[in-house]
Design a protein around this ligand. Structure first.
Ligand SMILES: NC(=O)c1ccc[n+]([C@@H]2O[C@H](COP(=O)([O-])OP(=O)(O)OC[C@H]3O[C@@H](n4cnc5c(N)ncnc54)[C@H](O)[C@@H]3O)[C@@H](O)[C@H]2O)c1
Length: 123
């Protein structure tokens, strides 16, 4: 049996693809300030305008005072350096997801994937 196509058609010449150019600061909203969301928020806030969203007001208040709501060596280090003025982070936190998402170029979702085994359903 012969193929009715040329197998080389399956390959893509990636050398012709231009590199992604990140040439400006983006407005980024991050939903969830747990380990995943906060790591990303802190890293992205070095070069972008980041708003971290959480449903727990105490976490939001801590973040707005550059105090980490999670125990993590690097997140704590970066936030404490931002607090002392040693590091520039464009990061603020809010419980107002609606406003943050409406104003964002990009939204990162790092909220829990809580599964209800009784209903067999993800919230
Ligand atoms: N931690 C990991 O190593 C890991 C690895 C792979 C995938 N994940 C996935 O990434 C996601 C986040 O994980 P994590 O460890 O950071 O979780 P986490 O429990 O540490 O943090 C989640 C945060 O989201 C907040 N939150 C809950 N509902 C929200 C809502 N509606 N809007 C905004 N914030 C909300 C919570 O208050 C909490 O602060 C989960 O879906 C998890 O399954 C985690």
């Amino acid at each position: 049996m012969t193929l009715n196509f040329d197998p080389t058609e399956l390959f893509v010449d990636t050398s012709a693809t231009s590199a992604i150019v990140i040439d400006r600061s983006y407005k980024i909203a991050v939903a969830g300030t747990g380990y995943v969301g906060l790591s990303l928020a802190v890293l992205l806030a070095q070069h972008n305008q980041v708003i971290a969203v959480d449903i727990i007001p105490e976490k939001v208040e801590k973040l707005n005072n550059c105090i980490s709501p999670v125990q993590d060596e690097y997140i704590e280090k970066y936030l404490s350096e931002a607090r002392s003025g040693k590091r520039r982070l464009d990061l603020r936190a809010t419980t107002d997801g609606t406003a943050a998402y409406a104003d964002a170029d990009l939204i990162v979702v790092a909220a829990p994937t809580n599964y209800d085994p009784k209903q067999n359903f993800f919230d």
